[in-house]
Design a protein. Structure first.
Length: 78
């Protein structure tokens, strides 16, 4: 878990992640991310230590925001 959390922190530092947290009830987590392409995001997600260890999987859901609050920049990220 420590390696995964270090990877999550790096995602925020790189400007990829906007928000992250555990689901309630606990059954995994959700990460809100931004990327210039799905391929680049998936490549980054594949580096998650949980993925490398085979203990988790991701489902990427794309959306095009039409309304956002201030400070949200759609096309920045990896």
């Amino acid at each position: 878990r420590m390696a995964h959390m270090a990877w999550v922190r790096e995602g925020f530092e790189r400007g990829v992640f906007i928000a992250s947290g555990r689901k309630s009830p606990p059954s995994g987590g959700i990460i809100l991310a931004k990327a210039t392409s799905r391929e680049r995001l998936v490549a980054w997600l594949d580096e998650d230590p949980f993925i490398v260890a085979g203990v988790a999987q991701y489902r990427v859901e794309e959306f095009l925001p039409t309304t956002v609050s201030g400070g949200f920049e759609v096309l920045k990220g990896i």
